[in-house]
Design a protein around this ligand. Structure first.
Ligand code: C2E
Ligand code: CA
Ligand code: CA
Length: 741
């Protein structure tokens, strides 16, 4: 894993994990905010309720203070004694002294209808009248409602005996600050209670009484309402942790304020709940942490599987080498990074030579093992090269690219590559000896497209393989033309199949006496544009481009149709390895045979060794089906393959055909003679028929007879001949035989 992937992986992980962590943290913060909000709200409601309770309590206190003086001021006797006259003894006894001694009023005054002071008593003693002066402003305010109420009351009628008072008290009160002390100042109109004494006129005397708002007054109040630290303060301004109630003068100005520590049930509750709450939050945090941890693991797994998937998308699972997609990626980068130091890019397409044989004879496991070893060799070869890169394109095809300073560097790398892959592989399946073909393209800065670079190397590889095994071939421009030609050929071949441009010729096979015992059916293609093309050219092409199945079917139909009536001769039909490997091929052949009404015993199917060099179940089934139906099987080109003996054991063929390369060498090299003799012996020991192909001379024929081979096919005994000619010969022969019979 490189730094870039690690960084991108980490940032991806953050992208996924941060929201989860944030959500958990958010939930915690939300919980805290919610608790604080609820506690606050709870407390605020409690404080508001307490405040209104204190307010109404204090109003009640004021009412009670007013009520204290009611028996004195609503009293016939008071009207007689203090209104417009002043009986000081009476005033002392029933007002000044009494109210001070029993009720705590420190100041008692009387004012007459003109507002003049007629009596002054302060803290148990008579006082000079000007001691009233500080109270005058507030008293002036209080007298206004008193006088209005007095005027509204109207004249008083004497009361019937035994009934309650005839007047209702007329009073007003206010808070006031006098010489720094806050007082409740009350004004009460002197009125008759029973009406035995009538007021002496309007604007009766008014009793003014003041009581200080101090500890004496507040302590019992606080005790009654359970107020903590109740005290008087200058203003009702909010102080944290304290509640306040403004005490106002009549005109609304704030004189002072009551201040106390409010009860905060929410805070108290919170205090009690702090531990459980901390525990709950710790658990929530723990749960959050666990979720984040678990998520981290899940995210790690997800990222890992994503990386795996991406790796799979760009790598071959068997060899772990990069695949085509990654190769193109890398090629694009390399092509744009050619420099004066490395002006060239060596591009090598490598194809293992005998891989298919290993796969077919030793099984896929051996093939896989081989591919892995080869991949390792290429990997270590690439390690020392600048910008080197190895990839597997599929099957047994690899690519090696590297930057290079010149052509020689590329050629040397190709040589080392060939040498590395040529070394046999010792595996549990034995020694695997395959080698490779290499196509090399030397790319300069004029090539920008990865696909073009790969195509050049691929064309070179195609040529290398055509040349034979273990070849290194460099790309040349002419290959492009050859490739184009091949493409044209392929198109024409397709056209030929669709338009019936094929026909069959028949080459006789004879015995020692020269009697024709069979014909091999051979395909011919005369193209309107390209002329006559050899099957050695177009059959491999048809096999490569998948046309062989269609062509094969044409051959079967045509041969069965043409030869169905031939008597006394067999007909050999060539069947390609690709056809044999196609599932259902035998079934198709049987259908065609049935449709043509032929007798299978009259036909031989010629297969090359490569057709049988396989574990493919389809091939086995096809082979078995053909045998079951009575077709004879001939092993064509015998001796050129990989593992002949094993094949003879495995597949019960009926005949072998000695390859024409051995026949051609007969008389030239002694080795060929030995080989031919060995093949004939092998055939005899397996009780198989044997025929030699490519017999061109009498000498060859004599040597073959000496070796024990008694059937021949070749230019010496008959060239491939048009159907009409062979057919005429056949009819002639059949007619002669009929006559003889
Ligand atoms: P093959 O099956 O080995 O066919 C024998 C080839 O040797 C034929 O070439 C034939 O013309 C040639 N030949 C015959 N006698 C002599 C001789 O004395 N000397 C020399 N040098 N050659 C001789 P042809 O017809 O060009 O076919 C080439 C190959 O194409 C065949 O080799 C076979 O593999 C393939 N082929 C031909 N027809 C068919 C077909 O109908 N189906 C399939 N699948 N393959 C076919
Ligand atoms: Ca043949
Ligand atoms: Ca042959």
């Amino acid at each position: 894993m490189n730094l870039k992937t690690i960084i991108s992986k980490t940032s991806r992980k953050h992208q996924l994990l941060v929201p989860i962590a944030a959500m958990t943290l958010g939930a915690l913060v939300l919980l805290v905010v919610l608790v604080v909000f609820l506690v606050n709200r709870f407390d605020n409601t409690a404080i508001a309720r307490e405040q209104s309770m204190v307010e109404s309590g204090f109003a009640q206190q004021m009412r009670q203070l007013n009520e204290i003086v009611v028996p004195q001021v609503d009293w016939d006797k008071a009207v007689a004694k203090v209104d417009r006259t002043m009986d000081v003894d009476f005033a002392d006894l029933d007002f000044g002294n009494q109210l001070f001694t029993f009720d705590g009023f420190t100041h008692s005054f009387f004012v007459d209808g003109d507002g003049k002071v007629t009596y002054a008593y302060i803290r148990g003693h008579h006082a000079p009248f000007d001691s009233f002066a500080p109270f005058r402003p507030i008293v002036r305010q209080l007298l206004v409602p008193i006088r209005e109420a007095e005027a509204r009351r109207g004249p008083i009628h004497p009361h019937a005996q035994g009934k309650g008072p005839i007047t209702r008290p007329i009073q007003a009160d206010s808070f006031a600050r006098v010489d720094g002390q806050v007082y409740v100042v009350m004004a009460s109109l002197i009125q008759p209670d029973l009406g035995l004494v009538q007021p002496k006129g309007p604007r009766a005397a008014v009793s003014i009484n003041a009581i200080p708002v101090d500890k004496t007054m507040l302590a019992p109040f606080a005790a009654r309402y359970l107020l903590d630290d109740l005290k008087l303060v200058a203003s009702a301004q909010a102080v944290t942790g304290r509640a306040a109630l403004a005490l106002r003068a009549r005109d609304g100005t704030v004189v002072a304020a009551l201040s106390w520590i409010p009860r905060q049930p929410g805070a108290a509750l919170l205090q009690r709940m702090v531990m459980p709450l901390i525990c709950a939050m710790a658990m929530l945090a723990l749960a959050g942490w666990m979720i984040v941890r678990r998520s981290a693991v899940v995210v790690d797994e997800l990222l890992a599987s994503e990386m795996r998937a991406r790796h799979l998308a760009y790598h071959d699972t068997l060899t772990l080498l990069p695949n085509r997609a990654l190769l193109f990626d890398r090629l694009r980068t390399l092509l744009s990074s050619l420099s004066s130091r490395h002006p060239l890019l060596g591009m090598m397409c490598i194809d293992l030579d005998r891989f298919k044989e290993v796969n077919d004879t030793l099984g896929h496991q051996a093939g896989d093992e081989l591919l892995k070893v080869m991949a390792d060799r290429l990997r270590s070869l690439a390690r020392g090269e600048p910008g080197a890169f190895t990839a597997r394109l599929g099957g047994d095809e690899f690519v090696l690219i590297a930057l290079a300073s010149d052509h020689e560097a590329v050629a040397s790398l190709a040589q080392r590559c060939l040498a590395a892959l040529l070394t046999p592989v010792d595996s549990e399946f034995g020694r695997l000896d395959v080698g490779c073909s290499i196509g090399v393209a030397v790319i300069d800065s004029s090539v920008r497209e990865p696909s073009l670079a790969l195509r050049q190397a691929d064309l070179a590889l195609y040529r290398a393989k055509a040349r034979g095994r273990g070849c290194i071939t460099f790309y040349e421009h002419e290959m492009e033309t050859a490739f184009q030609t091949r493409r044209v050929l392929e198109q024409r071949l397709r056209h030929a199949l669709e338009h019936g441009a094929f026909h069959m010729v028949y080459q006789p096979q004879v015995d020692r006496a020269g009697t024709v015992c069979a014909y091999e059916a051979l395909l011919r293609w005369d193209d309107a544009e390209l002329g006559t093309i050899s099957p050695s050219t177009f059959i491999p092409l048809a096999e490569e481009c998948g046309l062989i199945l269609g062509i094969g079917e044409f051959v079967l139909r045509r041969v069965f149709a043409q030869t169905r009536d031939w008597r006394g001769v067999r007909v050999a039909i060539n069947v390609s390895a690709i056809q044999m490997r196609a599932p259902g091929f035998a079934t198709r052949l049987i259908q065609i045979a049935a449709g043509s009404g032929i007798d299978p015993a009259q036909y031989e199917i010629e297969l090359t060794e490569t057709a049988l060099l396989t574990d493919s179940p389809a091939t086995m089934e096809n082979f078995a089906a053909l045998k079951r139906l009575g077709f004879a099987i001939v092993l064509d080109d015998f001796g050129t393959g990989y593992s002949s003996l094993r094949l003879l054991h495995r597949f019960r063929v009926d005949k072998i055909k000695i390859d024409r390369s051995f026949v051609a060498d007969l008389g030239q090299s002694s080795e060929a003679g030995t080989l031919v003799r060995a093949i004939v012996k092998l055939a005899r020991s397996f009780h198989l028929g044997v025929i030699a192909e490519g017999v061109e001379t009498e000498a060859q024929k004599a040597l073959l007879i000496a070796a024990g081979c008694h059937e021949f096919q070749g230019y010496l005994t008959g060239r491939p001949t048009d159907f009409e000619v062979v057919s005429a010969v056949q009819q002639d022969r059949q007619a002669r035989e009929l006559r003889r019979a």
